[in-house]
Design a protein around this ligand. Structure first.
Ligand code: ARG
Length: 365
């Protein structure tokens, strides 16, 4: 359970009815937030600058737990239900190879003669395996606490708007009542610790924020993205809490991080997101980058106010004991402490290169 909100007893029953001799259902939500979502938020990890990576962050944990259980029960192989065309096979299999290299990996959907999603649905029905999908709604959905992805069906045509009934975490932003709610988010070392001043564990905070922001239709994403296996795909995502938290976290960084660290971190964020997306969570590079990112988060404590209205989250205030903003330096009113006389000499040297270039160019004309 990574917080997808489904009936876990039913999942257990279904596994046993489908022929499993044992089924393990574990609540991994705290671990998901502490070990995967938290570091990704601190990193500002958005794949291709936009996707908050909920699926890509969930897979390594599922693979890790799968390997743990396999070792506990003395299994010699693991299996997954990913197709040959997706990213998830990459994430499961690279994670499993890193953690339990001795386990054999079986991927039935890559071997069996089930060529289409419709074939898969028919096969499941024929074998008495209940599936939520149908030929009319053949969507592939992956949801957890951090977000939801919806693929397939009519959305494979890039020109077609996603039907309203595919959305699970967000209301239609064009149909929500006018008005707004203002929330405050408190961060400690780059992690959200309180909502409206109430101290909450990460799971509860994200869950609550999903509801509040989702009710305003915040966090809908509809993009074409580049998959690891070479193809482009249309992806429809929802992540109300992820959207608001990334926005707030980035704003706090603007206040407390020095310019060089802030800009360097922006570059690392893209790399970190790509490492997550590409299934390389359990890799030396992810560990090293995470150590750098964690270090940058030391002064990342403070509070961000965000106004939520139809489809929109907007920052309205920020404060931190580590703020590098100096009103005396910034003001254009009374109390200005900025040394204006220094600007003259600064510009003579800062512009020197371009003065030289300018002179040479004028001579060439
Ligand atoms: N494209 C997203 C990713 O690679 C989502 C994949 C899972 N989506 C799904 N509908 N099963 O992370």
């Amino acid at each position: 359970d990574l917080g997808e909100g489904s009936d876990l007893e039913a999942v257990q029953d279904k596994a046993i009815r489908t022929g499993a001799s044992e089924a393990h259902v574990d609540d991994l939500r705290q671990r998901f937030v502490a070990e995967f979502v938290g570091p990704a938020l601190q990193a500002g990890a958005l794949y291709e600058g936009i996707y908050p990576l909920h699926t890509a962050l969930g897979r390594p944990l599922l693979a890790q737990r799968l390997c743990e259980v396999a070792e506990e029960v003395g299994a010699d192989a693991i299996a997954h239900g990913c197709t040959a065309k997706g990213n998830d096979q990459v994430r499961f299999e690279v994670a499993a190879q890193s953690l339990s290299p001795h386990l054999k990996i079986i991927a039935p959907l890559r071997e069996w003669e089930l060529l289409t999603r419709e074939d898969e649905i028919d096969y499941a029905r024929a074998k008495g395996v209940e599936v939520e999908v149908s030929r009319a709604k053949p969507y592939s959905i992956d949801q957890n606490l951090w977000g939801c992805a919806i693929e397939c069906g009519e959305m494979e045509d890039l020109w077609v708007e996603p039907p309203e009934d595919v959305w699970r975490m967000t209301k239609d932003p064009t149909a929500v009542a006018a008005g707004h709610t203002e929330i405050s988010l408190t961060f400690h070392r780059g992690l959200p610790v309180a909502l409206d001043g109430e101290v909450l564990d990460g799971v509860t905070l994200i869950d609550r924020l999903n509801r509040v922001a989702g009710a305003y239709g915040i966090g809908r994403i509809d993009i074409v993205e580049n998959r690891v296996v070479g193809l482009k795909s249309r992806e429809v995502y929802e992540g109300p809490a992820a959207t608001v938290l990334h926005l707030a976290h980035r704003e706090l960084e603007r206040v407390v991080l020095d310019r060089e660290t802030s800009m360097y971190k922006d570059k690392i964020a893209l790399d970190f997101a790509r490492i997550i997306y590409d299934g390389l969570w359990f890799s030396p590079l992810r560990e090293s980058l995470q150590a750098f990112i964690r270090h940058t988060q030391q002064p990342m404590s403070g509070e961000i106010r965000v106004k939520l209205s139809a489809g929109l989250a907007q920052i309205t205030g920020r404060r931190s004991q580590y703020s590098l903003y100096d009103e005396g330096l910034a003001t254009y009113s009374d109390g200005d402490t900025f040394d204006r006389t220094a600007a003259d000499g600064f510009l003579k040297l800062y512009g020197l290169t371009y003065r030289t270039v300018g002179r040479v160019r004028r001579r060439e004309d």
